[in-house]
Design a protein around this ligand. Structure first.
Ligand code: NAD
Ligand code: MN
Length: 354
Protein backbone atom coordinates (compact mmCIF):
# COMPACT_ATOMS: atom_id res chain seq x y z
CA UNK A 1 0.00 0.00 0.00
CA UNK A 2 1.07 3.54 -0.72
CA UNK A 3 -0.35 6.37 1.40
CA UNK A 4 0.34 9.57 -0.46
CA UNK A 5 -0.18 13.21 0.49
CA UNK A 6 -0.84 15.11 -2.71
CA UNK A 7 -0.05 18.83 -2.42
CA UNK A 8 -0.23 20.31 -5.92
CA UNK A 9 0.58 23.94 -5.09
CA UNK A 10 0.42 26.90 -7.47
CA UNK A 11 0.33 27.70 -11.17
CA UNK A 12 0.56 24.76 -13.58
CA UNK A 13 0.82 22.38 -10.61
CA UNK A 14 -2.95 21.90 -10.58
CA UNK A 15 -2.72 20.92 -14.25
CA UNK A 16 0.23 18.52 -14.12
CA UNK A 17 0.02 16.88 -10.67
CA UNK A 18 -3.45 15.36 -11.30
CA UNK A 19 -2.01 13.61 -14.37
CA UNK A 20 0.60 12.01 -12.12
CA UNK A 21 -2.06 10.91 -9.63
CA UNK A 22 -4.24 9.45 -12.39
CA UNK A 23 -1.21 7.57 -13.68
CA UNK A 24 -0.51 6.15 -10.21
CA UNK A 25 -4.15 5.06 -10.03
CA UNK A 26 -3.99 3.42 -13.45
CA UNK A 27 -0.78 1.59 -12.49
CA UNK A 28 -2.32 0.42 -9.22
CA UNK A 29 -5.08 -1.31 -11.19
CA UNK A 30 -2.46 -3.34 -13.06
CA UNK A 31 0.33 -3.81 -10.52
CA UNK A 32 0.52 -5.15 -6.99
CA UNK A 33 -0.07 -2.09 -4.83
CA UNK A 34 -3.02 -0.15 -3.56
CA UNK A 35 -3.03 3.61 -3.52
CA UNK A 36 -4.60 5.80 -0.87
CA UNK A 37 -4.19 9.51 -1.20
CA UNK A 38 -5.43 12.77 0.22
CA UNK A 39 -5.17 16.10 -1.61
CA UNK A 40 -4.30 19.36 0.17
CA UNK A 41 -5.07 22.71 -1.44
CA UNK A 42 -2.29 24.88 0.02
CA UNK A 43 -1.20 27.92 -1.94
CA UNK A 44 -2.64 30.78 -3.93
CA UNK A 45 -6.09 29.30 -4.62
CA UNK A 46 -6.58 28.61 -0.93
CA UNK A 47 -5.50 32.18 -0.15
CA UNK A 48 -8.05 33.55 -2.60
CA UNK A 49 -10.76 31.48 -0.96
CA UNK A 50 -9.87 31.79 2.73
CA UNK A 51 -7.27 34.57 3.09
CA UNK A 52 -4.58 32.07 4.10
CA UNK A 53 -2.23 30.12 1.82
CA UNK A 54 -1.62 27.59 4.57
CA UNK A 55 -3.59 26.93 7.75
CA UNK A 56 -2.59 28.21 11.21
CA UNK A 57 -1.49 24.78 12.35
CA UNK A 58 0.70 24.30 9.30
CA UNK A 59 3.88 23.36 11.22
CA UNK A 60 1.93 20.64 13.04
CA UNK A 61 0.52 19.49 9.74
CA UNK A 62 4.03 19.12 8.27
CA UNK A 63 5.29 17.33 11.39
CA UNK A 64 2.37 14.90 11.29
CA UNK A 65 2.84 13.92 7.64
CA UNK A 66 5.22 10.98 8.31
CA UNK A 67 2.69 9.46 10.75
CA UNK A 68 -0.13 9.47 8.24
CA UNK A 69 1.61 9.07 4.90
CA UNK A 70 4.49 7.20 3.28
CA UNK A 71 5.33 10.01 0.89
CA UNK A 72 4.20 13.34 -0.48
CA UNK A 73 3.88 14.52 -4.06
CA UNK A 74 4.30 18.27 -4.42
CA UNK A 75 4.04 20.47 -7.52
CA UNK A 76 5.57 23.91 -7.09
CA UNK A 77 4.98 27.17 -5.29
CA UNK A 78 5.34 30.58 -6.88
CA UNK A 79 4.17 34.11 -7.32
CA UNK A 80 0.80 34.93 -8.86
CA UNK A 81 -0.24 38.44 -9.96
CA UNK A 82 -3.65 38.00 -8.29
CA UNK A 83 -2.15 37.94 -4.79
CA UNK A 84 0.40 40.00 -2.82
CA UNK A 85 4.09 39.13 -3.23
CA UNK A 86 5.14 36.37 -0.89
CA UNK A 87 1.80 34.56 -0.96
CA UNK A 88 2.32 31.09 -2.42
CA UNK A 89 2.70 27.40 -1.67
CA UNK A 90 6.44 27.90 -0.98
CA UNK A 91 5.96 27.23 2.78
CA UNK A 92 5.09 23.65 1.76
CA UNK A 93 8.46 23.28 0.10
CA UNK A 94 10.38 24.71 3.03
CA UNK A 95 8.26 22.71 5.47
CA UNK A 96 9.00 19.46 3.66
CA UNK A 97 12.70 20.18 3.13
CA UNK A 98 13.79 21.98 6.28
CA UNK A 99 10.86 21.12 8.56
CA UNK A 100 11.15 17.38 7.94
CA UNK A 101 14.90 17.58 7.37
CA UNK A 102 14.72 15.83 3.98
CA UNK A 103 18.20 17.00 3.14
CA UNK A 104 19.10 15.01 0.04
CA UNK A 105 17.45 16.18 -3.15
CA UNK A 106 18.07 13.57 -5.83
CA UNK A 107 17.60 14.89 -9.37
CA UNK A 108 18.22 12.41 -12.17
CA UNK A 109 19.13 13.61 -15.62
CA UNK A 110 18.40 10.79 -18.03
CA UNK A 111 17.60 11.19 -21.66
CA UNK A 112 14.24 9.51 -22.32
CA UNK A 113 14.59 9.62 -26.08
CA UNK A 114 17.65 10.38 -28.22
CA UNK A 115 15.97 13.04 -30.33
CA UNK A 116 14.99 15.20 -27.33
CA UNK A 117 18.37 16.56 -26.36
CA UNK A 118 19.58 19.84 -27.82
CA UNK A 119 23.16 18.52 -27.58
CA UNK A 120 24.51 17.57 -30.99
CA UNK A 121 25.56 13.94 -31.30
CA UNK A 122 24.66 12.92 -27.73
CA UNK A 123 22.44 9.92 -27.04
CA UNK A 124 20.80 8.31 -24.02
CA UNK A 125 24.07 6.43 -23.47
CA UNK A 126 25.77 9.77 -22.90
CA UNK A 127 23.17 11.54 -20.76
CA UNK A 128 22.58 9.55 -17.62
CA UNK A 129 23.72 11.23 -14.44
CA UNK A 130 22.18 12.34 -11.18
CA UNK A 131 22.61 15.55 -9.23
CA UNK A 132 22.38 15.25 -5.47
CA UNK A 133 21.63 18.66 -4.07
CA UNK A 134 21.92 19.63 -0.43
CA UNK A 135 18.45 20.76 0.48
CA UNK A 136 18.42 22.30 3.94
CA UNK A 137 21.41 24.65 4.22
CA UNK A 138 23.41 26.92 1.93
CA UNK A 139 21.68 30.04 0.73
CA UNK A 140 18.18 28.89 1.62
CA UNK A 141 18.45 29.35 5.34
CA UNK A 142 15.71 31.97 5.40
CA UNK A 143 17.90 34.32 7.42
CA UNK A 144 18.62 37.05 4.85
CA UNK A 145 17.99 40.62 5.89
CA UNK A 146 18.16 44.19 4.61
CA UNK A 147 19.38 47.33 6.33
CA UNK A 148 18.82 50.98 5.30
CA UNK A 149 16.17 49.73 2.91
CA UNK A 150 15.51 51.89 -0.12
CA UNK A 151 18.46 54.24 0.43
CA UNK A 152 21.65 54.31 -1.70
CA UNK A 153 23.42 52.77 1.30
CA UNK A 154 21.14 49.74 1.46
CA UNK A 155 22.91 46.62 2.62
CA UNK A 156 21.65 43.09 2.04
CA UNK A 157 23.14 40.23 3.98
CA UNK A 158 22.48 36.77 2.62
CA UNK A 159 24.50 34.27 4.60
CA UNK A 160 25.22 30.79 3.34
CA UNK A 161 25.23 28.20 6.04
CA UNK A 162 27.37 25.10 5.75
CA UNK A 163 27.54 22.97 8.86
CA UNK A 164 29.89 20.07 9.44
CA UNK A 165 26.92 17.81 10.10
CA UNK A 166 25.10 19.01 7.00
CA UNK A 167 28.10 18.71 4.69
CA UNK A 168 29.13 15.31 6.06
CA UNK A 169 25.73 13.74 5.71
CA UNK A 170 25.07 14.93 2.14
CA UNK A 171 28.50 13.70 1.06
CA UNK A 172 27.94 10.35 2.77
CA UNK A 173 24.52 10.12 1.13
CA UNK A 174 26.13 10.78 -2.25
CA UNK A 175 28.78 8.07 -1.81
CA UNK A 176 26.14 5.60 -0.63
CA UNK A 177 23.90 6.54 -3.54
CA UNK A 178 26.77 6.04 -5.99
CA UNK A 179 27.24 2.53 -4.60
CA UNK A 180 23.50 1.81 -4.73
CA UNK A 181 23.49 2.77 -8.40
CA UNK A 182 26.46 0.50 -9.03
CA UNK A 183 28.45 3.49 -10.22
CA UNK A 184 32.09 4.28 -9.44
CA UNK A 185 32.39 7.95 -10.33
CA UNK A 186 31.42 10.88 -8.13
CA UNK A 187 32.04 14.58 -8.69
CA UNK A 188 31.65 17.16 -5.94
CA UNK A 189 30.70 20.55 -7.34
CA UNK A 190 31.62 23.50 -5.24
CA UNK A 191 33.51 26.71 -5.50
CA UNK A 192 34.29 27.58 -1.97
CA UNK A 193 37.54 27.98 -0.14
CA UNK A 194 40.27 25.58 -1.27
CA UNK A 195 40.61 24.38 2.29
CA UNK A 196 37.01 25.01 3.28
CA UNK A 197 34.57 22.70 5.04
CA UNK A 198 33.31 21.08 1.82
CA UNK A 199 36.82 20.30 0.52
CA UNK A 200 38.09 18.92 3.80
CA UNK A 201 34.99 16.87 4.46
CA UNK A 202 35.03 15.54 0.91
CA UNK A 203 38.61 14.36 1.37
CA UNK A 204 37.66 12.65 4.66
CA UNK A 205 34.56 10.93 3.35
CA UNK A 206 36.10 9.84 0.04
CA UNK A 207 38.92 8.10 1.92
CA UNK A 208 36.26 5.74 3.28
CA UNK A 209 35.09 4.80 -0.23
CA UNK A 210 38.26 3.70 -2.02
CA UNK A 211 36.30 2.02 -4.83
CA UNK A 212 34.69 5.28 -5.88
CA UNK A 213 36.66 7.65 -8.04
CA UNK A 214 35.92 10.97 -6.33
CA UNK A 215 36.76 14.31 -7.92
CA UNK A 216 36.35 17.88 -6.72
CA UNK A 217 35.25 19.88 -9.77
CA UNK A 218 34.52 23.58 -9.60
CA UNK A 219 30.88 24.27 -10.28
CA UNK A 220 31.58 26.39 -13.37
CA UNK A 221 33.66 23.60 -14.88
CA UNK A 222 30.92 21.17 -14.06
CA UNK A 223 28.36 23.31 -15.88
CA UNK A 224 30.73 23.22 -18.86
CA UNK A 225 31.08 19.43 -18.63
CA UNK A 226 27.31 18.89 -18.44
CA UNK A 227 27.00 20.50 -21.85
CA UNK A 228 30.21 19.32 -23.53
CA UNK A 229 30.88 15.91 -21.99
CA UNK A 230 27.87 14.61 -20.02
CA UNK A 231 29.12 11.05 -20.65
CA UNK A 232 31.96 11.71 -18.17
CA UNK A 233 29.45 12.35 -15.36
CA UNK A 234 27.73 9.84 -13.19
CA UNK A 235 26.87 11.23 -9.77
CA UNK A 236 27.28 14.91 -8.88
CA UNK A 237 26.94 16.16 -5.33
CA UNK A 238 26.59 19.86 -4.69
CA UNK A 239 25.63 22.48 -2.16
CA UNK A 240 22.15 23.91 -2.36
CA UNK A 241 22.50 26.66 -4.94
CA UNK A 242 25.03 24.93 -7.21
CA UNK A 243 22.88 21.78 -7.12
CA UNK A 244 19.79 23.74 -8.06
CA UNK A 245 21.45 25.37 -11.06
CA UNK A 246 23.25 22.25 -12.27
CA UNK A 247 20.08 20.17 -12.09
CA UNK A 248 18.20 22.72 -14.19
CA UNK A 249 20.99 22.40 -16.72
CA UNK A 250 20.43 18.67 -16.46
CA UNK A 251 16.77 19.31 -17.27
CA UNK A 252 17.70 21.41 -20.28
CA UNK A 253 19.87 18.71 -21.86
CA UNK A 254 17.08 16.16 -21.32
CA UNK A 255 15.01 18.29 -23.68
CA UNK A 256 12.79 20.39 -21.43
CA UNK A 257 12.35 21.68 -17.96
CA UNK A 258 9.02 19.89 -18.13
CA UNK A 259 10.82 16.53 -17.88
CA UNK A 260 13.10 16.96 -14.85
CA UNK A 261 11.92 15.41 -11.59
CA UNK A 262 13.28 14.79 -8.13
CA UNK A 263 12.91 13.13 -4.77
CA UNK A 264 13.95 14.41 -1.33
CA UNK A 265 15.20 11.96 1.24
CA UNK A 266 16.68 11.50 4.66
CA UNK A 267 17.89 7.89 4.98
CA UNK A 268 17.00 7.92 8.67
CA UNK A 269 13.36 8.60 7.81
CA UNK A 270 10.84 6.41 6.04
CA UNK A 271 9.01 9.42 4.65
CA UNK A 272 10.19 11.14 1.48
CA UNK A 273 8.73 13.64 -0.92
CA UNK A 274 8.77 13.96 -4.69
CA UNK A 275 8.35 16.86 -7.07
CA UNK A 276 9.00 18.09 -10.57
CA UNK A 277 12.03 20.38 -10.76
CA UNK A 278 10.18 23.11 -12.65
CA UNK A 279 8.25 25.99 -11.11
CA UNK A 280 4.74 27.31 -11.59
CA UNK A 281 5.31 28.40 -15.24
CA UNK A 282 3.21 31.60 -15.08
CA UNK A 283 3.71 32.17 -18.81
CA UNK A 284 1.66 29.10 -19.75
CA UNK A 285 -0.61 28.67 -16.72
CA UNK A 286 -4.26 27.82 -17.32
CA UNK A 287 -3.82 26.84 -20.95
CA UNK A 288 -3.62 23.09 -20.50
CA UNK A 289 -0.32 22.86 -22.36
CA UNK A 290 2.12 22.20 -19.53
CA UNK A 291 4.17 19.04 -19.81
CA UNK A 292 2.98 16.53 -17.16
CA UNK A 293 5.93 14.15 -17.62
CA UNK A 294 8.11 15.65 -14.85
CA UNK A 295 5.26 15.10 -12.39
CA UNK A 296 4.54 11.61 -13.72
CA UNK A 297 8.24 10.72 -13.41
CA UNK A 298 8.30 12.13 -9.87
CA UNK A 299 5.40 9.79 -9.05
CA UNK A 300 7.32 6.97 -10.70
CA UNK A 301 10.31 7.74 -8.46
CA UNK A 302 7.97 7.58 -5.45
CA UNK A 303 6.87 4.05 -6.44
CA UNK A 304 10.49 2.98 -6.79
CA UNK A 305 11.21 4.39 -3.32
CA UNK A 306 8.29 2.41 -1.90
CA UNK A 307 9.62 -0.78 -3.50
CA UNK A 308 7.12 -1.07 -6.36
CA UNK A 309 9.82 -1.43 -8.97
CA UNK A 310 7.73 -3.26 -11.55
CA UNK A 311 5.07 -0.58 -11.59
CA UNK A 312 7.74 2.13 -11.64
CA UNK A 313 9.46 0.52 -14.63
CA UNK A 314 6.13 0.16 -16.41
CA UNK A 315 5.37 3.86 -15.96
CA UNK A 316 8.74 4.79 -17.40
CA UNK A 317 8.19 2.47 -20.37
CA UNK A 318 4.78 4.08 -20.90
CA UNK A 319 6.29 7.57 -20.80
CA UNK A 320 8.90 6.54 -23.36
CA UNK A 321 6.19 5.00 -25.53
CA UNK A 322 4.08 8.16 -25.39
CA UNK A 323 7.10 10.25 -26.39
CA UNK A 324 8.02 7.92 -29.23
CA UNK A 325 4.51 8.14 -30.70
CA UNK A 326 4.77 11.94 -30.62
CA UNK A 327 2.24 12.43 -27.82
CA UNK A 328 4.10 15.42 -26.39
CA UNK A 329 3.40 19.00 -25.37
CA UNK A 330 4.69 22.17 -27.03
CA UNK A 331 7.90 22.40 -25.01
CA UNK A 332 8.96 19.17 -26.76
CA UNK A 333 7.77 20.36 -30.14
CA UNK A 334 4.39 18.61 -30.03
CA UNK A 335 0.79 19.77 -30.14
CA UNK A 336 -0.78 17.69 -27.42
CA UNK A 337 -2.43 19.05 -24.33
CA UNK A 338 -1.42 18.16 -20.78
CA UNK A 339 -4.41 15.81 -20.53
CA UNK A 340 -3.69 14.17 -23.89
CA UNK A 341 -0.12 13.37 -22.84
CA UNK A 342 -1.39 11.94 -19.55
CA UNK A 343 -3.96 9.85 -21.44
CA UNK A 344 -1.29 8.61 -23.87
CA UNK A 345 0.92 7.51 -20.98
CA UNK A 346 -1.95 5.64 -19.34
CA UNK A 347 -2.98 4.09 -22.64
CA UNK A 348 0.59 2.81 -23.11
CA UNK A 349 0.57 1.56 -19.51
CA UNK A 350 -2.57 -0.50 -20.13
CA UNK A 351 -1.35 -1.78 -23.51
CA UNK A 352 2.41 -2.13 -23.13
CA UNK A 353 2.91 -4.27 -26.23
CA UNK A 354 0.98 -2.25 -28.74
P1 NAD B 1 9.44 27.84 -14.27
O1 NAD B 1 9.97 26.44 -14.20
O2 NAD B 1 8.13 28.06 -13.65
O3 NAD B 1 9.39 28.29 -15.79
C1 NAD B 1 10.55 28.44 -16.62
C2 NAD B 1 10.18 28.17 -18.08
O4 NAD B 1 9.98 26.76 -18.24
C3 NAD B 1 8.89 28.85 -18.50
O5 NAD B 1 9.00 29.26 -19.84
C4 NAD B 1 7.85 27.76 -18.39
O6 NAD B 1 6.77 27.87 -19.26
C5 NAD B 1 8.68 26.50 -18.72
N1 NAD B 1 8.14 25.33 -18.02
C6 NAD B 1 8.26 25.03 -16.70
N2 NAD B 1 7.60 23.90 -16.43
C7 NAD B 1 7.06 23.46 -17.59
C8 NAD B 1 6.25 22.35 -17.94
N3 NAD B 1 5.88 21.43 -17.04
N4 NAD B 1 5.86 22.23 -19.23
C9 NAD B 1 6.23 23.14 -20.15
N5 NAD B 1 6.99 24.21 -19.89
C10 NAD B 1 7.40 24.38 -18.60
O7 NAD B 1 10.55 28.78 -13.59
P2 NAD B 1 10.48 30.36 -13.29
O8 NAD B 1 9.79 31.05 -14.41
O9 NAD B 1 11.84 30.72 -12.95
O10 NAD B 1 9.61 30.49 -11.97
C11 NAD B 1 8.21 30.75 -11.94
C12 NAD B 1 7.73 30.68 -10.51
O11 NAD B 1 7.92 29.35 -10.01
C13 NAD B 1 8.50 31.60 -9.56
O12 NAD B 1 7.59 32.17 -8.64
C14 NAD B 1 9.47 30.68 -8.86
O13 NAD B 1 9.82 31.12 -7.57
C15 NAD B 1 8.66 29.40 -8.79
N6 NAD B 1 9.49 28.17 -8.70
C16 NAD B 1 9.10 27.24 -7.80
C17 NAD B 1 9.79 26.05 -7.70
C18 NAD B 1 9.34 25.04 -6.69
O14 NAD B 1 8.36 25.24 -6.01
N7 NAD B 1 10.00 23.91 -6.56
C19 NAD B 1 10.86 25.79 -8.55
C20 NAD B 1 11.23 26.76 -9.49
C21 NAD B 1 10.53 27.94 -9.56
MN1 MN C 1 15.65 25.13 -9.78
Amino acid sequence: MVRLAVIPGDGISSEVVPEAVKTLEAASEIYEYSLEYETFDFGVERYLRTGQAVPDDFDDFIRSLPDKFDAALFGAGGTDPRVPTGISAQPVLHGLRRGLDLYANVRPSRLLSDDLTPLKGKTSDDIDFVVIRENTEGYESGTAGNFKVGTPDEVEIRPEYNTRKGVSRILEFAFEHTQRLGRTNLAMAEKGLPDGLWSRTFADVSARYPDIEARHVHVDTLAYLIVTAPETLSVIVAENRAGDILSDLGGAIQGSRGLAYSGCFNPEHEFAYFEPVHGTAPDIVGRGIANPIASIMAARMMLEFRGHQQAADAIEQAVRAAISTGAVTRDLGGRNSTAQVGDAVREALRNPNR
